[in-house]
Design a protein around this ligand. Structure first.
Ligand SMILES: *[C@@H]1O[C@H](CO)[C@@H](O)[C@H](O)[C@H]1NC(C)=O
Length: 679
């Protein structure tokens, strides 16, 4: 800094530089502070100031007996489809026969998207009775309801195009095991000699159910939220409450404080819906700020995953298993440090335990097991009964910090599998997984809303200030800025781009049959039906993409092209150019206008943009047209021809853009060629 100040002869220059440096430092510090705060928010497990569980130091403790133990299964996003991947159904049949038969879970939770309900083109959506029949037949053939308690709930796919819960298209009521009893928030209480365990559904399905894609976020309405709150009031009567539903809390539109207060009465919330986000986030599990362990399960649809969970002496454990993996190993004591529930689990029971306990399931008998702690072999475990294996240990050897445990099992058929993780006996927890935590601890609709509103404000302010600059003083030499100001000073393009930019926020998007019968209007805020309003806001996501892929690019395209046409028109009568320099788009080339040897003739000819700016312009044009066309195609396949015709947000916008393009490239261009200037 001082060096710069001393050396720069021009004092104002030095001041400007100094100010810039200061601003830069401030910005960088602010950004790093924000970044650090964000990272902390997502990765540091919340220190919960709660008293230790009253039963932590009270017997019974985990030992070598088959007691205080039961296990269950979760499976999600089955997506039985009449068009795609028949193996999915075949595997599901085998799962119902073999896996349920071998593991013998007390109950099975199926957290939604039982059927795919997508049309053959994979864009549209509707309920197909045959998919539901396949689902039910599979369960019946495997006699699952005789082997276990099967609790299936709806997902958004099971609600695509369902006009109402009572409507005949709600095949869930006819073909699911729960039937109409599962169509809403409900509680199933499982009573065992050693305790009572409540399973409470979180029902955020849209009713009526719009077709895709505007049926992605769930809505927990007042009546279902009220029921949920009522069920959690007497949670003291249960040893544990397990919440389950289709949507992760980050994709539920609801009064979030109330939802969070209700859910914190349970040990965990089990959900699906986001699958593994295209394989990018395979273990979408995190501990919420209120202490709830939220466990999203990868889908059956593509990944064939399911989850085995157990309560052992009221400590909750789980393992996510890929279909076909045997032996299935679930360590129940000590439990995984990452998912400690400080509020609900009697964690001190681990400290008083005499044995390490784990469950091993396999179609064949288990030939051998090995247990390692911190890499040291403890020995092989003893089979107690059923799937339970135990091995004695001394917890006082691991008083503080994180330790690793690994269990390996081999069955009589020679199949070997290992499971392992970190545990702690003093409540230590590792940092949260960043991506899963990001997906589960963020209010996703809200984030998209913020992004979009910011983008619109920036866009409108930018256009307005450019217009103001244009009106004040039209002469800017710098390329891009001049292009943008030129655009803003042109009434036609300025007003149309402003209208197109603001329209999604204020006007109806399209008119359609929302769910088969009832006609409605879709807006930024949701569906307006004759009697109902569905506040589903996938529109926020569309709007953000729209801003990035359409609005920004098309504005830039018009600016660059208009400037090229207008400027070369006025240029040619006044100045000469070097033939191979790009016109003054980047501000640099204007300085190259020295007395070059090759000069243009005074012929009225429109220059080209130059290689770089052509690439930019045509990429923008491609992106914008591509996005809008894609939107129209989607609209047609999802909501039909009427929606496509009556769609100001998509079809009409595309038409306006095409007219503007015609005007720019044909009308203005012809005028330039004829007169050497534009009107
Ligand atoms: C379940 O709760 C009851 C009452 O609080 C308690 O006596 C019992 O030990 C608990 N069960 C287990 C397995 O801890």
């Amino acid at each position: 800094m001082t060096l710069l100040l001393n050396k720069t002869p021009n004092r104002t220059m030095a001041k400007v530089l100094g100010l810039c440096t200061l601003l830069l430092i401030l910005t960088v510090s602010l950004l790093s502070w924000l970044w650090a705060r964000t990272m902390d928010h997502y990765s540091v497990p919340t220190p919960l100031d709660v008293p230790p569980h009253p039963l932590g130091d009270v017997a019974p403790f985990p030992g070598d007996k088959f007691d205080n133990l039961f296990w269950f299964i979760q499976i999600s996003d089955v997506h039985i489809s009449r068009f795609r991947d028949p193996q999915r159904t075949t595997d599901f049949k085998q799962f119902c026969n073999e896996n349920i038969g071998v593991i013998k879970p007390t109950l099975v939770l199926v957290t939604g998207d039982l059927t795919d309900a997508k049309t053959k083109d994979n864009l549209g959506s509707r309920q197909y009775e045959v998919e539901w029949q396949t689902y039910r037949n599979t369960l019946d053939h495997a006699h699952v309801t005789e082997k276990t308690i099967w609790i299936d709930v709806r997902g958004n796919h099971d609600a695509f195009g369902v006009p109402g819960a009572d409507h005949q298209f709600n095949y869930y009521r006819k073909y699911s095991v729960r039937g109409s009893g599962g169509d809403g928030t409900f509680r199933y209480q499982h009573k065992l000699p050693f305790g009572t365990y409540s399973f409470v559904s979180v029902y955020a399905i849209l009713n009526p159910g719009p077709k895709r894609p505007f049926n992605f976020f769930g809505i927990l309405d007042e009546s279902n939220l009220q029921k949920l709150e009522d069920f959690t009031k007497d949670e003291k009567l249960s040893n544990h409450t397990v919440f389950f539903g289709h949507y992760p809390t980050s994709t539920i539109i609801a009064p979030h404080t109330r939802l969070s207060n209700a859910l914190q009465n349970g040990v965990t919330y089990l959900c699906g819906h986001l699958h593994s986000f295209g394989g990018m986030v395979p273990h979408m599990n995190a501990v919420q700020k209120n202490g709830v362990v939220e466990l999203e399960l990868e889908d059956w649809k593509e990944n064939r995953m399911y989850r085995v969970m157990a309560f052992d002496h009221d400590l909750l454990s789980f393992v996510d298993v890929k279909f076909g993996t045997w032996p299935v190993i679930l360590i129940t004591n000590p439990k995984r440090a990452r998912f400690l529930s400080l509020r609900h689990e009697p964690l001190r029971k681990m400290v008083h335990s005499t044995h390490i306990r784990f469950l091993v399931h396999s179609p064949d008998t288990i030939a051998s097991t090995t247990v390692k702690i911190d890499g040291v072999v403890l020995g092989s475990a003893v089979h107690v009964r059923g799937p339970l294996f135990v091995i004695p240990w001394d917890p006082s050897e691991y008083p503080a910090g994180l330790h690793s445990i690994k269990v390996t099992a081999m069955d009589a058929a020679g199949r070997i599998h290992s499971e392992g993780y970190q545990f702690s006996l003093d409540g230590s927890r590792p940092p949260q997984w960043l991506m899963p935590s990001f997906f589960l601890l963020t209010d996703i609709p809200f984030i998209f809303w913020i992004l979009y509103i910011c983008a619109v404000v920036v866009f409108v302010l930018a256009l307005l200030s450019l217009r103001w600059m244009a009106l004040k003083n039209g002469h800017y030499r710098s390329g891009l800025l001049r292009s943008l100001i030129g655009l803003a000073s042109n009434q036609t393009y300025f007003y149309w781009l402003l209208i197109i930019g603001l329209y999604p926020l204020i006007g109806p998007w399209f008119v359609c049959a929302v769910s088969g019968e009832s006609f409605g209007i879709y807006t930024f805020y949701g569906f307006f039906l004759r009697e109902d309003f569905i506040g589903e806001t996938f529109s926020y996501v569309i709007c953000v993409l729209n801003m990035i892929l359409f609005q920004g690019p098309i504005t830039l395209y018009f600016a660059l092209q208009l400037d090229r046409i207008q400027h070369s028109a006025s240029n040619h009568t006044t100045r000469n150019h070097t033939t191979n320099s790009t016109p003054t788009r980047n501000g640099k080339s204007s300085s190259i206008q020295n007395g070059s040897t090759s000069r243009m003739t005074s012929q009225r000819q429109v220059q080209s943009l130059g290689l770089f700016w052509s690439a930019v312009a045509y990429t923008c044009l491609f992106s914008a047209l591509n996005w809008m066309t894609w939107e129209c195609i989607n609209l047609y396949y999802c909501y039909g021809a009427v929606a496509l015709l009556l769609a100001p947000k998509s079809t009409w916008t595309l038409a306006v853009v095409l007219v503007l393009l015609y005007r720019l490239h044909w009308v203005e261009m012809r005028q330039v060629k004829a007169n050497g200037f534009t009107s």
